[in-house]
Design a binder for this molecule. Structure first.
Ligand SMILES: [Zn+2]
Length: 57
């Protein structure tokens, strides 16, 4: 069984590096303050990962 709220929470905490597209899990507040550095390319530019919600036809 799926719990939509849990899924939303999961997505809200996932960010994608704008440079190398690595997905990192982090606290949104820390992304904003640029505390999170991409482990791959050391970039600090992240975007929210929201688009990957499964689209049911
Ligand atoms: Zn990166």
């Amino acid at each position: 069984m799926k719990i939509p709220e849990a899924e939303v929470r999961l997505f809200n905490r996932r960010f994608v590096c704008k440079k190398c597209k690595k997905v990192v899990r982090a606290n949104p507040a820390r992304i904003k303050t640029k505390d999170i550095v991409c482990p791959n390319c050391e970039s600090r530019n992240f975007r929210k990962k929201n688009k990957e919600k499964r689209v049911a036809k």
